[in-house]
Design a protein around this ligand. Structure first.
Ligand SMILES: [Zn+2]
Length: 178
């Protein structure tokens, strides 16, 4: 499946280096990572199952790590790379800036990304994410729109919904239209 339509060859060449960088970052922060289940947030367990919250991890940092995409040859993402994000997710681990560490809604947002990583797998997640970033920018890329919309629903109403089914369905739609 061609999920990165703008530069699939370029993506194929860089993908292993991005994944390697992610692996190094996760190993580097391993001792600081904590399971989301340990936060004691009251609402997350109403939306995600126990095992998922026990396996998903977070790390609180001063600045979230972003891969050096421009130096990997992806100059079109230099803007993305320079931004200072409140949170970012790699595989089953997300990084949060210190001043967001008590924001349950942001954990919810990043957990949506953890589900996206799981459902798509690393290669497809990165391909779809890069493609969306290139075509629509960070805030309007499809995987972010999904996370922001779900986060907004979480903040707006206390009525739980089936997050996993929602993400699975919306990922399927993105793959169909991409
Ligand atoms: Zn996001």
């Amino acid at each position: 499946m061609n999920t990165s339509r703008l530069a699939p060859k370029q993506f194929q060449a860089v993908y292993p280096r991005i994944l390697e960088w992610i692996g190094r970052v996760l190993v580097g922060y391993e001792s600081q990572a904590r399971a989301v289940a340990t936060t004691g947030f009251p609402r997350l367990p109403l939306y995600f199952d126990k095992d998922f919250l026990a396996s998903a991890k977070f790390v609180v940092v001063d600045r979230v790590p972003v891969p050096p995409l421009a130096s990997m040859g992806l100059e079109q993402f230099s803007e993305f790379e320079k931004n200072d994000y409140g949170g970012i997710t790699y595989l089953d681990t997300f990084f949060l800036k210190q001043d967001h560490a008590a924001d349950e809604g942001l954990y919810f947002h990043e957990l949506i990304h953890v589900l996206q990583w799981r459902i798509l797998g690393p290669e497809r997640f990165l391909a779809v994410y890069a493609d969306g970033l290139e075509r629509f920018g960070h805030r309007n890329s499809p995987l972010e729109v999904m996370a922001y919309n779900a986060e907004a629903a979480f903040r707006r109403s206390a009525q739980p919904f089936n997050v996993e089914a929602l993400v699975a369905e919306q990922v399927k739609q993105i793959l169909t239209i991409t």
